[in-house]
Design a protein around this ligand. Structure first.
Ligand SMILES: [Zn+2]
Length: 344
């Protein structure tokens, strides 16, 4: 009897010791790979589309654990997260979305699964007021959902970065100075990009500063830089336009003398080829709004790289010069590797 009790005590002691050793290994592993946040652990941040992941990465750098949800090259407007995403959301301290109705199924899943004290930050809703919402071709006012593509306007992307900085600093005050430094470096880069875009657009003949795109993602950009979005081909339900709408667009392109029209790799469209053929405009199918160029780790696989690449395509196609973009650095503003996850 006594021997049995001893054996149980011994095995309990061994189990307790093993647990301690395992816990010590786990915590030393964590502190080696990621620095500690204020509560003794690294902040877990989950984001949706890649440009937002990149903006958050630029501010959070190596001091946060960052995971994007929406794979590049999918239609983010209709994206439904897999059930397994619920676990990722349930572990987040901060969930950063665009909002403005872009990621409704992900937002619903976040609300249903998040930790009680986790923060959901919808950047688009805080970056502009309701009066600044833009309704247009694919986002008509009658449907109540504004154009959600604020980030192709670099100064609105800077506003996103500012909101991210403030939230990270609030949740993790021990690293607040680091987040502020990264923000200042990102701000300098955005201001540089903004000056270059202004200079480049000046080289486009004024009558050609017009955009006709397939996916309607340039509304805020165009307003910022004095361009006119003359149309977007994609209907609000993401189907293809009717024959009558196509005929109307062809007429409009001829009348306005638009030299090029733009498609996106995420939304290949035979209709765009037809419109280009019949209107005489060049068809450029490479603009992107949430699909970063290159692969994770490439300097251009970033928000700044996305905008740089778009500008190098858009400006010459409309008859201007991309020279003002020579020497622009699109790489992350912080030192080191962040380990951010960009699902592909
Ligand atoms: Zn979009």
């Amino acid at each position: 009897m006594l021997r049995t009790t001893n054996r149980i005590m011994l095995s309990l002691a061994i189990t307790a010791l093993a647990t301690l050793v395992l816990a010590a290994c786990a915590s030393s592993g964590a502190s080696q790979s990621t620095p500690q946040g204020t509560a003794g652990r690294t902040l877990k941040v989950v984001t949706t589309v890649s440009p937002i992941t990149s903006i958050v990465e630029n501010i959070g750098g190596t001091r946060i654990q960052l995971e994007g949800i929406i794979p590049e090259g999918v239609n983010s407007h209709t994206f439904e997260p897999a059930p397994s995403v619920a676990r990722v959301l349930s572990e987040a301290d901060l969930i950063v979305l665009n909002g403005l109705f872009l990621e409704e199924p992900t937002l619903e899943m976040a609300e249903a699964n998040k930790k009680p004290n986790a923060v959901v930050l919808a950047l688009g809703e805080k970056a502009i007021t309701r009066e600044e919402w833009q309704f247009d071709f694919s986002f008509p006012e009658s449907e109540g959902h504004p154009n959600p593509h604020l980030w192709p306007d670099p100064l609105l992307a800077l506003r996103y970065a500012e909101l991210v900085r403030d939230e990270l600093a609030r949740l993790d005050p021990a690293n607040a100075d680091y987040y502020r430094q990264n923000f200042e470096a990102f701000k300098a880069r955005i201001e540089d990009l903004d000056r270059r875009i202004r200079a480049a657009i000046q080289t486009i003949p004024p009558g050609q500063r017009k955009l006709l795109t397939y996916h309607d993602s340039w509304a805020y950009f165009a307003k910022r830089y004095g361009m006119t979005v003359i149309g977007a081909v994609q209907p609000s339900d993401f189907s293809e336009p009717s024959a009558r709408e196509v005929a109307g667009l062809i007429e409009q392109i001829r009348a306005e003398g638009v030299p090029a029209i733009f498609g996106s790799e995420v939304f290949p469209s035979k209709v765009m080829e037809q419109i280009a053929r019949e209107s005489g405009a060049r068809f450029i199918d490479q603009l992107r709004d949430d699909d970063l160029p290159g692969a994770p780790g490439d300097p251009r696989h970033s928000y700044l790289g996305l905008m740089l690449t778009n500008m190098e395509i858009m400006v010459p196609a409309l008859g201007g010069s991309a020279e003002p973009f020579n020497g622009f650095d699109p790489s992350p503003v912080f030192e080191g590797q962040s380990g951010a996850i960009y699902p592909q």
